[in-house]
Design a protein around this ligand. Sequence first.
Ligand SMILES: *[C@@H]1O[C@H](CO)[C@@H](O)[C@H](O)[C@H]1NC(C)=O
Ligand SMILES: *[C@@H]1O[C@H](CO)[C@@H](O)[C@H](O)[C@H]1NC(C)=O
Ligand SMILES: *[C@@H]1O[C@H](CO)[C@@H](O)[C@H](O)[C@H]1NC(C)=O
Ligand SMILES: *[C@@H]1O[C@H](CO)[C@@H](O)[C@H](O)[C@H]1NC(C)=O
Ligand SMILES: *[C@@H]1O[C@H](CO)[C@@H](O)[C@H](O)[C@H]1NC(C)=O
Ligand SMILES: *[C@@H]1O[C@H](CO)[C@@H](O)[C@H](O)[C@H]1NC(C)=O
Ligand SMILES: *[C@@H]1O[C@H](CO)[C@@H](O)[C@H](O)[C@H]1NC(C)=O
Length: 334
Amino acid sequence: MLQYFFGLVYLSAVLLYVALTGTHAAECPLQLNPQRAVVRYNGSVSVNCSTSVQHDGIGWEASEGAVPMSRDNLITWRVSNLREWDIEPFCYINPKDGDQCSLYLPVTIYKTPDSVSISTVNHIGPMKERNQYELQCDVLNVAPVQYLTVKWYKGQTLVDQTNFTVTIKTPVNKTATLMIRPDRSDDGVQYRCEAELKLGEEGPRPPPKVTSKPLSVEVYYKPKHSSSTETINLSSEVTLNCTVKANPAPTYTWDSEHLKEKITSSVLPSSKLSPGNYTCITTNSQGSDSKVFIVRSTGRTTFWAIVITGVAVAVLLIIGYGIYKCKSSPNSVI
Ligand SMILES: *[C@@H]1O[C@H](CO)[C@@H](O)[C@H](O)[C@H]1NC(C)=O
Ligand SMILES: *[C@@H]1O[C@H](CO)[C@@H](O)[C@H](O)[C@H]1NC(C)=O
Ligand SMILES: *[C@@H]1O[C@H](CO)[C@@H](O)[C@H](O)[C@H]1NC(C)=O
Ligand SMILES: *[C@@H]1O[C@H](CO)[C@@H](O)[C@H](O)[C@H]1NC(C)=O
Ligand SMILES: *[C@@H]1O[C@H](CO)[C@@H](O)[C@H](O)[C@H]1NC(C)=O
Ligand SMILES: *[C@@H]1O[C@H](CO)[C@@H](O)[C@H](O)[C@H]1NC(C)=O
Ligand SMILES: *[C@@H]1O[C@H](CO)[C@@H](O)[C@H](O)[C@H]1NC(C)=O
């Protein structure tokens, strides 16, 4: 029991010792401000190294901007045109009680791309609906590639992004690709790619980015009517309008027993119409589609047809009656 008690006291003492000294001993008594440097290539940088403990000297070690050992409590590493991609500065201290220790400063040197361009791979000219194509984005001379994101825009919409995982500090050329399968609504749409350097909290706000010129996509698609038949009541204002969107622009032909001449217009005026069926065939290089217009006589014509028929029947009846009267009593006429 007593042994157990002493064991517990000993353990507590050890824990207390570690808490008071152990953790402090492991940490170098230096503060860097900022803790990470993000610098544009050939740009300027300054980082403070400070301490609050008694010491025999602190200093900055670096291939550029080194600060010799000093008795001050704050020293600044400063470079006005930083062009060394793999610089690794560190601040060191000789504490009054303790061994020399040092703190590395992570430095990210970035360079925005010289150019960002978009193109189609192995293809020129208009694209065909529902075929697959590859777009390519070339980013020239960018660093560091691990912070690079290539964003793809279709019109104003972000459609994809490409990240890069390699860790190379010096500028590289990178290519990102995007597979697309255009449809008829994509005719005339513009694609762009954008190279963005997401450099983190210490980096510039907003993150630097370079955007390509837009790439206009032309899509070939065949004509497609929204309905294959349409019933139309004949009147003097009515026209048959077969106009439909297609690329390249379609040609029109009309087929009907009522049409004597060949018509290539997409619209038939009422002057050419009489009740019956009119088939319009729309064609371009991608295919064709047809539509049947069923032209009906209007209620008004039917009404007049009944009236005229009625009048004709009445006239016939009267004439018939007259003839009958003449034949049955010839005396009455004289
Ligand atoms: C670096 O920047 C300075 C101006 O701050 C400029 O004169 C010099 O040409 C630049 N050098 C490079 C390699 O960009
Ligand atoms: C570094 O220290 C100097 C002097 O105290 C101060 O003016 C400057 O703002 C400090 N820089 C940073 C980044 O804290
Ligand atoms: C690329 O990184 C961004 C964040 O920076 C993330 O949202 C996105 O999902 C990543 N894309 C891929 C394909 O990993
Ligand atoms: C990137 O491409 C350009 C032009 O094609 C070339 O001049 C340059 O040397 C390339 N840079 C690298 C790092 O490959
Ligand atoms: C065509 O006429 C019929 C009656 O003959 C009528 O029911 C129909 O609504 C009319 N259609 C149009 C589009 O005017
Ligand atoms: C025919 O329809 C098209 C659209 O479908 C329209 O742009 C055009 O003005 C119409 N033409 C006539 C003569 O109504
Ligand atoms: C007109 O077309 C309709 C529907 O396609 C069909 O039912 C009708 O028989 C056709 N009429 C004539 C006169 O061809």
